[in-house]
Design a protein around this ligand. Structure first.
Ligand code: GLA
Length: 394
């Protein structure tokens, strides 16, 4: 699926309402939950570390109405099918398809003691699937918000993010961190959020008006992503286990400094050492990048993004040739402060920080040079950070 500016409004409010009427009948209320781009701090979330994402204009939209029974019916406009789920099913099983992201959220909410009610939900999404912009989290969060609203329950967006993450960890089987669900729930207009993934404290970092965030899709999607993701997570856990005897009561790589790691390098295999080095240096880069961005030091923020990419490519080994080419082209453009891969890795999108006045030429040049180098047509857009989940006005 390709994407461009137009698709953010792929389903207008009127179209959502008309579509819902056709499929289920009746008048729905509407919910939106955004995808995200991460400026810096990759794979640090499940190490109790730091991240700096922003919510995007691309979002999942849900049209929702309550039912009198305890059945959930969910219609996907993307594939044109409707699936059912019984809230009273005593042992719900994953089906290993898109419905796991939907019904897994119902299971997680019910598991947390939320008394849910039946609902009809039609979903439409403009978040490009499989491109590292969190289409799954946007779907989960839109469903969670819809179900809590139907049940008349209060919504705590931090709790909702945690329960959607639980759904993905336990029902889908992807051991993701909290980043995607958290920013989809708590995004802030025109700001990135610097989040401490241990305490979940967040600090708003305004995007300097002299710069724009530009996202470019490599159009590469590697199927091995979730297996490799879980392996990276296991390497981090192994590093903690092997370093703990020397470093005392550490809980996560968040508790290890680059100096600690260098001093105890001999305890780790060469690969585990490099995995750990990415995490401990990335945490420091996020903290510094947030300070630089807040202070208007765009050059420093960009330089840290470039270093982050090198670390993901060489130490964490989650990039791929096409993404490296795209980043390399972006980093060479005039008016760019920095560029790196964003998201889980093995393909997907890059994020660049670009001088506001240079954005148009940057997008044109990068697109052309990437096509010449790889034969692939990248879709590129400049984005403005959005609010997290909420009602869609109509
Ligand atoms: C995926 C996961 C996140 C995070 C990123 C990498 O998007 O869902 O939790 O780990 O990868 O930073």
């Amino acid at each position: 699926m390709t994407f461009g500016r137009r698709e953010a409004n792929m389903f207008s409010v009127d179209e959502l309402k008309a579509g819902f009427k056709d499929i289920f009948g009746g008048e729905p209320f509407l919910v939106r939950a955004p995808g995200r781009v991460n400026l810096i701090g990759e794979h640090t979330d499940y190490n109790d570390g730091f991240i700096m994402p922003a919510a995007l204009e691309y979002e999942t939209r849900a049209a929702v109405a309550p039912r009198a029974d305890r059945i959930l019916r969910v219609h996907s406009t993307k594939i044109g099918v409707t699936k059912e789920f019984d809230l009273d099913d005593p042992a719900p099983q994953p089906k290993h398809d898109w419905t796991d992201y939907v019904f897994g959220v119902a299971v997680a909410l019910a598991g947390a003691g939320k008394r849910l009610k039946g609902a009809d939900i039609m979903i439409a999404s403009s978040v490009p699937f499989g491109s590292g912009l969190s289409s799954s989290a946007a779907l989960e969060v839109s469903i969670g918000y819809s179900l809590l609203t139907v049940a008349g329950l209060p919504i705590d967006t931090v709790e909702l993010a945690k329960l959607c993450q639980k759904a993905e960890n336990e029902f889908v089987g992807m051991r993701c961190g909290i980043m995607d669900q958290f920013i989809s729930c708590n995004g802030q207009h025109d700001h990135a959020l610097m989040i401490d993934c241990r305490s979940l404290e967040k600090r708003s970092v305004p995007i300097d008006p002299r710069a724009r965030i530009v996202v470019a899709n490599s159009m590469v999607h590697h199927e091995l992503a979730s297996g490799e993701y879980n392996k990276r997570r296991a390497s981090c856990e192994e590093a903690v286990r092997l370093l703990a005897p020397a470093l005392g009561p550490i809980k996560a790589l968040r508790d290890v400094t680059p100096t600690d790691l260098e001093a105890n390098k001999a305890l780790l295999s060469e690969v585990t050492y490099r995995r750990a080095r990415h995490i401990v240096t990335e945490n420091e880069r996020v903290i510094e990048a947030a300070e630089a961005l807040a202070a208007g030091d765009l050059a420093r923020c960009g330089a840290l993004m470039n270093l982050s990419h090198a670390s993901m490519r060489d130490d964490y080994e989650i990039s791929c040739d096409e993404v490296d080419v795209l980043v390399d082209i972006a980093q060479k453009q005039s008016g760019v402060f920095g560029s790196r891969m964003t998201g889980g890795g093995f393909g997907g999108c890059t994020v660049s920080l670009v001088e506001a006045g240079a954005v148009e030429s940057f997008m044109e040049n990068v697109k052309a040079a990437y096509e010449t180098a790889t034969g692939l047509k990248s879709t590129i857009f400049a984005c403005s950070p959005q609010q997290g989940v909420g009602p869609l006005a109509g």
